[in-house]
Design a protein around this ligand. Structure first.
Ligand SMILES: [Zn+2]
Length: 119
């Protein structure tokens, strides 16, 4: 295993969710909403969830940079501890467990139904 891989794995384990996962927002203004994870900032421990924590950004037109003025709606990130992964097997939000497969691979699993969360 390359050193880079191990570094990534460490970052992942802090957050648990990954890009593309479906998560449910457990806290904050958009509590109860669910959506896909659009991006992750492991260093800041933040995730950006589709349709959740939308901010309106008022932009000033800047013709030199071809930016139109107006209000842009954009997902703002939230702390990773405010979201929980939604299990594709049982459809409920769950804590993430870890299962070691017979071939030695470690996968994330659902604490409720023990199904694997990774394809
Ligand atoms: Zn499950």
């Amino acid at each position: 295993m390359a050193i880079g891989d191990r570094h990534q794995r460490t970052e992942r384990s802090i957050i648990g969710v990954r890009k593309g996962d479906t998560v449910k927002v457990m806290a904050g203004r958009d509590r109860g909403k669910s959506g896909r994870v659009l991006s992750i900032d492991a260093r800041k421990n933040r995730v950006v969830v589709e349709h959740a924590n939308i901010i309106k950004r008022h932009t000033r037109p800047n013709p030199a940079k071809n930016i139109k003025g107006g209000i842009v709606e954009k997902e703002a990130g939230m702390n990773a501890s405010n979201v929980m992964i939604v299990c594709p097997s049982c459809g409920k939000h769950t804590r993430i467990g870890h299962t070691i497969l017979p071939d030695g691979d470690k996968v994330r699993s659902c604490k409720r139904c023990n199904e694997t969360l990774d394809k």
